[in-house]
Design a protein around this ligand. Sequence first.
Ligand SMILES: C[S@@+](CC[C@H](N)C(=O)[O-])C[C@H]1O[C@@H](n2cnc3c(N)ncnc32)[C@H](O)[C@@H]1O
Length: 287
Amino acid sequence: MRADELLVWAEERLKSSPALDHWQKGRELIEAEDLLMFVLDRDEIDPDDEVAPAQVRRFERLVERRFTGEPVPYIKGWAEFRGLRITARPGAFVPRDSSEFLAEQAVRRLRGRRDPVHVDLATGVGPVALAVANEVPGATVFGTDLSARAVALARANARRLGLPVRFIEGDLFAPVPASVAGRVDVITLHPPYVGRREVRLLPEEVRRFEPVESLTDRSPQGLGLIERAAGEAGDWLRRGGWLLVEVSPDRSRAVAALFRRAGFGEVRSTRGGLGVTRVVTGRKMRR
Ligand SMILES: C[S@@+](CC[C@H](N)C(=O)[O-])C[C@H]1O[C@@H](n2cnc3c(N)ncnc32)[C@H](O)[C@@H]1O
């Protein structure tokens, strides 16, 4: 069968899935191409390519898995994040393209500093921390997460990629060594920010497949973890250091208000390229 015929079928099949959140125009075709490249073990596809029957059957099986809502990175076993191949498995949050903007904001603030220190809270399988370690050579990078499963996967990612990130299990700042208190240049956080009653409204592909503790902190508005992080960050940041938090656009005002209440200056909310999330940034002004 020809590649273009397979892609037409797969795109229509994915468009008809009630489990998928069709948030981006053309997303189904992008995912179909992604899965076909995975099956063919190639980086690009020619529409005229002939696909062997065994590969057609495998591709059809993977498209059916995606139809049920299973995230593409769980199917492939990895997600691409700022050029890194990050292992993603059930039981841990899937790295999102939108978080590349959070990593970029951190890298911009860390590059050129002497002995830069970065802490990535709620790190999941580690995409933001790993991207920073990759793009800011010499940086001291910590990643913390409450989930033992996520931390195990993050450590495996760091080992495979040869990147020097210390991933530690624990609640927010609790596992960060006291020796870096007052010396951190940038803290990043992509938290579980869905309100506890809103979880049931999430698309099936998220609600059914990703761990609930990666989606909500069970506070009514989903701001509980962010409020705690903003309250504690001042003890860890050096003067002039930054707190960067990724949230949905509808929460960015409330998060900016939390930052100001916690004493941060230069508070801004910036829209990432994909437009699905914002990064709220604030600076520690006093000692
Ligand atoms: C939305 S996911 C983000 C993961 C990662 N930062 C990323 O962008 O792929 C939120 C993460 O917060 C973690 N988490 C939830 N509560 C936490 C807490 N109190 N302390 C540390 N991590 C927590 C979850 O286990 C989950 O991995």
